[in-house]
Design a protein around this ligand. Structure first.
Ligand SMILES: [Zn+2]
Length: 213
């Protein structure tokens, strides 16, 4: 038996609790498409966007409908549309997808399509080419309570450790996405998840140590 002193046990428990307080669930985003009403009607005339599976963020869902993505070098079929419809069409792919498709997609926070890559979206009915392809910048969804609990500001740029077996990884340049109804969750793409050996139970740990810089 180990003989820990009372103070040593206190320290272990306090360290563990500190770590648990900084833990954030991780969600991996596969390539997907957000459509505007106009583009949806063009690609799926007479249809409505039908939910297949609800996502963790309230109101958001993976739809039954899919599209083919086409770039200069290749195509990817059955790419999922996420609902609900948005103001602008946006295609989120990984850097690997961008390479395979031949699309020059910049890293952008969702909603920022400055210099977005040109992509063609094809359904059985129609196709449309538009400047809409980005690689999503890694981010953490937080509501105002989370922001307060972590003692952060909306425009803070975070450093997190992904606690994974055999490939523990530290990611910098993590943005905050603040929303009244957001549920605490870090979103990374499949490239980032694979690089870090992320599993279903992976947690992200907010790094507080200035020495990390
Ligand atoms: Zn997200």
């Amino acid at each position: 038996m180990n003989n820990f002193t009372k103070n040593e046990i206190k320290k272990i428990v306090s360290d563990l609790m500190k770590e648990m307080r900084n833990e954030i669930p991780v969600g991996v985003s596969n390539r997907h498409i957000h459509l505007s009403q106009e583009d949806f009607e063009l690609l799926f005339p007479g249809e409505t966007l039908e939910p297949l599976k609800m996502l963790k963020q309230p109101g958001e869902f993976a739809a039954k409908q899919t599209l083919t993505l086409i770039g200069k070098k290749g195509k990817q079929e059955k790419v999922r549309i996420l609902g609900p419809l948005r103001k602008r069409t946006q295609v989120e792919i990984s850097k690997t997808d961008a390479r395979v498709l031949g699309i020059d997609a910049p890293i952008r926070l969702s909603g920022n399509l400055v210099d977005a890559g040109i992509v063609t979206l094809k359904s059985v009915n129609n196709e449309v080419s538009l400047r809409a392809a980005i690689v999503a910048k890694r981010h953490i969804h937080m509501n105002p309570n989370d922001l307060e609990r972590f003692n952060l500001k909306e425009d803070d740029v975070l450093t997190v450790k992904l606690k994974t077996p055999e490939r523990e990884t530290i990611y910098k340049d993590v943005s905050i996405r603040l929303g009244e109804k957001f549920i605490l969750e870090m979103h990374i793409d499949t490239d980032e998840a694979n690089a870090a050996n992320v599993t279903n139970s992976t947690k992200a740990l907010l790094m507080r140590d200035e020495k990390m810089e």
